[in-house]
Design a protein around this ligand. Structure first.
Ligand code: SF4
Length: 876
């Protein structure tokens, strides 16, 4: 056993501190870091399961060139030569980097320096473009810089918290837990959720506004109008510190609140809750940002806070919560194509000269590079001829994902740095470079409240994997820039970055951490989490409470914003609006979180949430399969009938890939429509249609080894001790034994135990190896009704003869799908305890079953189960 290492969670923008205790066998015990200001020891289900994601399964351990193992020397020289010669022959804009919020700040710094200062192009963009570029644009328009004004503490101090387009309970769970605890301690606190969909977060709210998709500007313009009409303005703040009030108000008055689809009473209740309590925090996330009008939505929110002076003071302010662990670090260090490092502006010649001189570089990009959507269009059109993709999976996660996949496939030269070669994007690479993963990497990240924390290594780099900053610097040196990229360690890069931020500070920029420019390696190693800035004159705290902004005249800006007609309107051909988003227990394209069987047990396959009326119109029954089509793509998804989505709208999660499902890449359905200011894609309002997938047979399979499905529909996931797989065929195979052997990769002499009723389409096959259950397949004409958790528990067991029953005996109750991932408590177990023990609170369930007593991520679902059981209990 080694000593615990204090590091930071690699998932969402909450940026929780983690304490990792290596077990000496490549794994580690993970607990929350009580000393970290973001989480104070708490972790959500994903963070708690980090120890289960450290295995070397699927890891890329050595470089590959054209599918063959290679040495680093050969691979790096090829990359350096291709980028140098392509830029020389076709110009610097013929090459591009597409990077990721998974990068540490030091990695980002080197990539940005190489592209903007040494290749001379702005063509480096990050997948944060898909996440919160609209917030960046909104902040810059209102504040002059991309500054988050407040701190997480403000959420607990507020009297009203408004969550706009934010399913905080699932997407930022520890922040949600902090909010829930504050509301519990101060019941007078009010929570409002603004979201077309009722989510786990809505369960905490006193008021849920199910507005029309995309109509947030109209809602906040209605609020601004009411603020003026009821004289809730902060006249002193407005007069002394803000420009643009008159135009913003005129635009607000001209807007139509009816665009929201909300009743006058709902808007009135919202305005009263917002105006009549001074301490208001408005949290917003992807429902605001991922929009063709995302920047205007952000500014509509900021307008209300500026007009009332409710910004940068305890318990008050707008609050953008980011998706990725280092999305903020990427914004600060110049990871976006339209920014220089340290919040310096690429369009500003003085800023460009300052960075150019600081780097002493041969060139400096003289204009913004291509933003993500335009970058992949340029790849598809052959204008970008060499592309380096780092820690991200655009063949799945970009809008119009099929076109992006085809564009990457057509590119002359594609390099992918990643921890695994098993991604849809990595399979298209000419050169694959093995990078270190979380637990092996060393550097810093910034969370949503401007808190910079160390990510520290506690495991050795496996195989030949190398750190991203090291790979990038080596390529830069091989391109001829030896001295500028002669870094010995991340601390050296951090010092250079901190020194550059001092240059930015002299220009009056917000991001200044120059007090750390001389920190020693030991200081860097021991760096405690801190909120920037940290300059000679300023350390941490909130911004703008003093009315000083980073615009040319120091005044904040209210913007005139008006509701725009949706880019895509439902029509007879495309009658539904598709909303996409995240699940509680998965992360991005699942390359890490899907390694944890208990995380997979929450939602094991891609699904479509659809209103009962729309389901009936499309002939869809619960748990059947739907074919979902949009003008640009198609998917096949499990049907989840629910009135949490409004009629006319559907929701689907965005995590599944070509590696995990046959047709679950949801971004293949999302057209590449972007916000004209931020370049962020509209991921929440694609039009689509839904029809029934005519399944002739459904299947459920489990196996010790990974199955290799060949069916129009499949979705596979790791399960405890093996794998699980859902399947469906339009035409049932003739020979189920042959089909099962192919699925499981079994030899012809592997004989199954079989129970069949062909007349009813029922087939159950189990394969034993050395007397243990190695695989089983259950087939039915309707969605397969067996106890999945029970069957998974039998994998590898000797006493598996009862497996073909598909259900446990009366002595072994079926736990059902996992609700509490920490203690593996299933939905049936919880329902049974509620009924048998007359449980009436989440706390009572915790006492009875431990469910919800660790990370708390499942508390909203426990509450929903209690509410569903309440009428029955009352009648008993
Ligand atoms: Fe990680 Fe969960 Fe914390 Fe996000 S809330 S940083 S996923 S532990």
């Amino acid at each position: 056993m080694g000593a615990p290492t204090r590091t930071t969670c690699p998932y969402c923008g909450v940026g929780c501190g983690v304490s990792a205790l290596p077990d000496g066998k490549g794994g580690a015990a993970i607990i929350g870091d009580k000393a970290h200001p973001a989480n104070k020891g708490k972790l959500c289900s994903k963070g708690s399961a980090l120890g289960e994601t450290l295995s070397l399964d699927d890891r890329l351990l050595r470089p590959q060139v054209c599918g063959q193992d290679s040495g680093w020397d050969e691979a790096l020289q090829l990359v350096a030569d291709k980028f140098r010669t392509t830029a020389a022959e076709y110009g610097p804009d013929a090459v591009a980097f597409y990077v990721s919020g998974q990068l540490l700040t030091e990695d980002y710094y080197v990539a940005n320096k190489l592209m903007k200062g040494y290749i001379g192009s702005g063509n480096i963009d990050t997948n944060s473009r898909l996440c919160m570029a609209s917030s960046v644009a909104g902040h810059r328009r209102a504040f002059g810089t991309d500054t988050v004004p407040g701190l997480y503490d403000d959420i607990e101090l507020a009297d009203t918290v408004v969550l706009v387009g934010s399913n905080l309970a699932w997407c930022h769970p520890v922040l949600y837990q902090r909010l829930a605890a504050a509301k519990s301690a101060r019941p007078e606190m009010r929570v409002v959720t603004v979201d077309p969909r009722r989510t786990a977060t809505s369960d905490l709210s006193d008021l849920h506004l199910a507005l029309r998709p995309g109509s947030d500007v109209a809602l906040f313009n209605a609020l601004l109008t009411r603020i003026v009409d009821e004289d809730a303005l902060d006249h002193a703040f407005l007069g002394a510190h803000v420009e643009g009030f008159v135009a913003a108000l005129a635009a607000a008055r001209a807007d139509d609140p009816e665009a929201t689809g909300l009743s006058a009473e709902e808007i009135d209740a919202f305005c009263r809750l917002w105006m009549r309590r001074e301490k208001v925090v408005t949290i917003y996330s992807q429902g605001v940002n991922q929009s063709s009008q995302g920047s205007d939505k952000v500014n509509a929110i900021l307008n209300c806070h500026l007009a009332t002076g409710r910004i940068g003071k305890p318990g008050m302010g707008p609050f953008s919560v980011t998706g990725q662990p280092n999305a903020m670090g990427g914004r600060e260090v110049g990871g976006l194509a339209n920014m220089l490092a340290c919040h310096l502006d690429i369009e500003n010649a003085t800023h460009r000269t300052a960075v150019h001189e600081f780097w002493d570089s041969p060139v400096i990009a003289d204009k913004p590079g291509l933003k993500a959507v335009d970058m992949f269009k340029a790849v598809g059109e052959g204008r970008i001829k060499a592309l380096w993709i780092i820690h991200t999976n655009p063949a799945v996660s970009m809008p119009d994902a099929d076109a992006v996949r085809d564009a990457i496939a057509s590119c002359d030269f594609v390099v992918v740095s990643d921890v695994t070669g098993r991604t849809d994007t990595a399979r298209l690479a000419h050169v694959l470079l093995p990078a270190t993963a979380w637990g092996e990497k060393d550097g810093t990240v910034t969370n949503s409240e401007r808190c910079i924390s160390r990510q520290r290594a506690f495991l050795p780099a496996p195989g030949e994997a190398r750190a991203d900053w090291d790979i990038l610097a080596e390529v830069a040196r091989r391109m001829g820039h030896v001295a500028a990229f002669d870094y010995a360690n991340p601390a050296e890069i951090f010092r250079e970055y901190a020194a550059l931020s001092g240059v930015a500070g002299k220009f009056g920029r917000d991001f200044d951490i120059s007090a750390l420019a001389d920190c020693s390696d030991a200081d860097y190693d021991a760096l405690e989490p801190f909120h920037w800035p940290r300059s000679g004159t300023r350390s941490g705290g909130r911004f703008f409470g003093d009315g000083r902004f980073f615009t040319s005249d120091g005044r904040g800006r209210m913007l005139a914003v008006s509701t725009q007609a949706p880019v895509a309107r439902p029509s007879a051909d495309w009658p539904l609006v598709l909303n996409t988003g995240r699940l509680r227990d998965q992360w991005h394209t699942m390359t890490r979180s899907a390694k944890s069987p208990r995380l997979n047990a929450h939602m094991a396959e891609p699904y479509l949430e659809i209103h009962p009326v729309d389901a009936a119109l499309a002939g869809l029954s619960p748990a059947s399969l739907a074919r979902v089509e949009s003008p640009v793509g198609a998917a096949i998804l499990r049907v989840l009938v629910s009135d949490k989505v409004q009629q006319g709208q559907v929701f689907a999660p965005m995590h599944w890939t070509g590696e995990t499902a046959s047709a679950g890449r949801i971004d293949a359905l999302v057209p590449a429509v972007t916000d004209p200011v931020s370049g962020q894609p509209e991921s929440k309002a694609a039009t689509c249609r839904v029809t029934a997938f005519a399944a002739g047979a459904y299947g459920f399979a489990l196996s010790l080894e990974e199955p290799v499905p060949d069916a129009p529909y499949w979705a596979k996931a790791r399960a405890r001790g093996g794998w699980r797989c859902e399947l469906a065929w339009e035409t049932a195979p003739q020979d189920w034994t042959e089909a099962a052997r192919a699925l499981f990769g079994l030899s012809p002499d592997a004989e199954p135990l079989v129970v069949a009723d062909p007349a009813r389409g029922l087939h159950r096959l189990a394969f034993l190896q050395d007397g243990r259950l190695a695989a089983a397949l259950f087939v039915a004409r309707d969605p397969v009704a067996v106890s999945r958790q029970h069957l998974i528990g039998l994998l590898g067991a000797e006493d598996a003869l009862g497996v073909l029953a598909g259900q446990p005996g009366a002595d072994r109750p079926d736990p059902g799908a996992t609700i509490c991932a920490c203690f593996d408590v299933g939905v049936n177990t919880i329902r049974a305890a509620i009924s048998a023990q007359n449980l009436t609170s989440v706390e009572a369930i915790g006492q009875a079953l431990r469910a919800g007593t660790n990370c708390g991520s499942c508390k909203p679902e426990l509450k929903a189960l209690l509410e569903a059981a309440a009428p029955r209990l009352a009648a008993e």
